[in-house]
Design a protein. Structure first.
Length: 66
């Protein structure tokens, strides 16, 4: 799959995913499972929801470096 998540987006997803999971554990709530998709998409750097919308934060990142 084509990577469509830039570094900032990846870092944000990983941090927010970990925070949601930690809060789920602390409050003993199943809502903490909502952090798993963020961790998954952040680790593989591909977001399936971005594909049909044509969004790519990686492209914007490459343009900034020029």
């Amino acid at each position: 799959m084509k990577k469509n998540i830039g570094r900032f987006d990846q870092t944000l997803r990983l941090v927010v995913g970990l925070v949601i999971i930690a809060l789920g554990i602390i409050y003993q709530s199943w809502w903490g499972l909502l952090g798993l998709p963020l961790l998954l998409t952040g680790s593989i750097r591909t977001c399936p929801a971005y594909i049909p919308l044509g969004i790519s934060t990686k492209k914007a990142e490459a343009e900034e470096k020029k």
